[in-house]
Write a protein of this length. Structure first.
Length: 364
């Protein structure tokens, strides 16, 4: 029988298990968890066994000896169990000192400015505290601590800390402050920031679109346009990426609120990678700007499509029209026309429409 199974069975029945002490480390850990044959286990001086004993609260008579153990993890385990804080706060290893401060925040000043690990640990404590010592927190931040962005953002809830936090010029922190509407007095300075992500955050929040429409980053320019659509002429013929964004922008609605803007864009003869998307937008514009004649009103769906007239799609978004046109591109003309009623009905759900197209292609 496996010795582990034997050991567990004997532990259940309360039989003598002393014979298992000398087998190997794993067996000794099992015994340490039970607090059995402790003195015999300690003879091996194995860190994993000793840590197990400490965590379980056994062998307390050895703790004073172990506080100077050569293994830092044993010392850290004792510190985590709140033993000897005044001793361990002076330990040479940051893991041990950090363990002290986690349990005894009054020792926090002892680890400030001592390195990255302790900076992160100190910041975590400040973040977790409901009412941190602000003088101490300011002192900590003045050391320009090496802390992570999540901690910087969390500490930015204290207005008096922001200036010190901004010394890092961290893009994520600045963007967070912009999204929170904080530090608006810095926006004029930040609009010239070398990182496009900062400028994008400002533009997305609607700050100074007349300035950002001339930015060298297309995403920034586009956000400026979204907040002030009359700036459209500034981004026409600005490359395929911008054209694609404009097609997507105009294609999302069922009714165009500003037909002149759409016309300006279409008249610029935009070039995009997926011409069917542009065709859908043109059809949508045509449907919204053209009156349906009496004859056209009597046409069936098939007759309309055969004449490249989509009056039935007048209330559709260009996105929905695109999905129908995309189905047309994947099917033979006869397949498309023969199944048009089904395709139109399915077009309210993109996945349903795409599934139907595959069924038609494969004759299912």
């Amino acid at each position: 029988m496996n010795t582990f199974i034997e050991l567990k069975e004997k532990l259940k029945t309360g039989e003598d298990v002393s014979a298992y002490v000398d087998i190997d480390l794993d067996h000794r850990i099992v015994l340490a968890k039970q607090g059995l044959h402790v003195e015999e286990l300690i003879v091996y001086n194995e860190p994993r066994v000793i840590k197990t004993l400490i965590r379980k609260g056994y062998a307390e008579n050895h703790y004073d000896e172990w506080k100077n153990h050569e293994n830092k993890y044993i010392r850290a385990t004792l510190a985590n169990r709140k033993y000897f804080p005044e001793h361990f706060i002076k330990d040479k290893e940051p893991e041990v000192r950090i363990a002290v401060v986690k349990n005894f925040p009054e020792y926090l000043p002892e680890i400030i400015g001592r390195g990255k690990h302790e900076d992160i640990a100190a910041a975590a404590i400040f973040v977790a505290q409901e009412n941190p010592d602000m003088d101490l927190l300011h002192k900590f931040l003045e050391t320009n601590p090496n802390i992570n962005i999540e901690q910087r953002i969390a500490l930015a809830k204290y207005p008096s800390c922001i200036q010190a936090l901004l010394k890092s010029d961290d893009e994520d922190l600045i963007r967070h402050l912009i999204w929170q509407g904080q530090e608006q007095e810095r926006y004029e300075e930040w609009k010239h920031h070398y990182r496009p992500g900062v400028r994008l955050a400002l533009a997305t929040n609607g700050y100074d679109p007349d300035y950002f429409i001339h930015d060298n980053n297309q995403d920034v320019k586009f956000e400026a346009f979204k907040h002030k659509p009359s700036l459209l002429p500034n981004i026409l013929n600005n490359g395929e990426h911008m054209n694609h964004k404009l097609v997507k922008y105009f294609s999302r609605v069922k009714i165009f609120e500003d037909l002149d803007l759409v016309k300006q864009f279409l008249d610029s003869n935009p070039n995009i990678h997926h011409p069917v998307k542009l065709e859908a937008l043109k059809l949508k514009y045509q449907m919204q700007t053209t009156e349906t004649s009496l004859i056209e009103k009597t046409m069936s769906l098939r007759q309309q499509v055969e004449n490249n007239y989509y009056a039935f799609a007048k209330e559709w978004s260009a996105n929905r029209i695109f999905e129908l046109l995309n189905a047309r591109e994947q099917l033979e003309r006869k397949q498309f026309l023969d199944n048009l009623d089904k395709l139109v009905a399915a077009s309210t759900n993109i996945m349903k429409l795409r599934s139907l197209v595959q069924d038609i292609v494969w004759g299912r």
